[in-house]
Design a protein around this ligand. Structure first.
Ligand code: IPE
Ligand code: IPE
Ligand code: MG
Length: 250
């Protein structure tokens, strides 16, 4: 089977626990982020073997701007280093990279690198890697509403034409399938503003490992556990015999 024919499997990862990992090793928080950044390549590389077609990594939230300036600077530098360092390898591994989030608030140099990496890998298709930087679901939804409201006010869009598909198409993730599995490392059990609209039927796992210690083997374990989950999407497993409401007659 050619890999473009594979069924989609979209995994989102909330890469959490860098700061606690650093603290437990007597290091500065930024050193934890640097360690975390080094985990990304192994995880990206193993995705196709695990059947993952889409990987979305939560790297920086809209709330993370409230952290100390030195930590924010360190993170922005790490994003730049990651993009510069992996530009060629990502394309040679046939990874298409997209960014979601606000974009215009990150340093200009980083904005340019993000655009360059997107265009450099736009022809790739083995893995769809999406990196969420300055991303928050509420912000994304608010921007989508503003955009659609603007179109409606301009007369180009009838309010009745706004349905779920249209709305989803106005989000940053318009080109992506909904996530099937969202993994949050380091044991915290919350969503922290990640893929709220898109994740309504995602399965969640909360592995205990902090992100700097999360390996390909751990990802494999999470995917195997996901394979045993029973997803119902609001339906019933086996309809009871007898007349079905709304079923076809005759
Ligand atoms: C996740 O690690 C990385 C970002 C949020 C940028 P944290 O920095 O949140 O690590 P903890 O949660 O403090 O351990
Ligand atoms: C969520 O982690 C954001 C990222 C991993 C990028 P946080 O560490 O910022 O979330 P809270 O503050 O613990 O909810
Ligand atoms: Mg955290």
């Amino acid at each position: 089977m050619h890999y473009t024919d594979r069924p989609a499997l979209h995994v989102g990862i909330i890469m959490d626990g860098n700061g606690r990992w650093a603290k437990s090793h007597g290091l500065a928080r930024v050193a934890g982020h640097a360690r975390g950044a080094r985990r990304v390549s192994e995880i990206v590389r193993v995705c196709p073997d695990l059947g993952i077609t889409h990987l979305t990594l939560y790297a920086f939230s809209t709330e993370n701007w409230q952290r100390p300036l030195t930590e924010i600077d360190g993170l922005m530098r790490l994003f730049e280093q990651y993009i510069c360092g992996k530009m060629a390898a990502l394309r040679s591994h046939d990874v298409r990279v997209r960014f979601v989030g606000m974009r215009h608030r990150v340093p200009e140099g980083l904005q340019k690198l993000m655009a360059r990496l997107e265009s450099h890998t736009s022809g790739c298709s083995r893995l769809n890697l999406t990196i969420a930087i300055d991303y928050g679901s509420r912000d994304e939804i608010t921007r989508a509403v503003r955009n659609l409201a603007g179109q409606a006010a301009g007369g180009g869009l009838r309010p009745e034409a706004i349905d779920e598909a249209r709305f989803g198409g106005a989000l940053d993730t318009a080109e992506l399938p909904d996530p099937d599995l969202i993994i949050r490392t380091s044991g915290e059990q919350r969503v922290s503003n990640f893929l709220l609209w898109q994740g309504i039927y995602a399965e969640y796992t909360f592995p205990p490992e902090p992100w700097p210690e999360f390996t390909a083997a751990h990802l494999r374990r999470e995917i195997e556990a996901f394979g045993h989950r029973h997803r119902r999407f609001g339906l019933v497993d086996e309809p009871e015999p007898g007349p079905q409401l709304g079923g076809a007659s005759g």
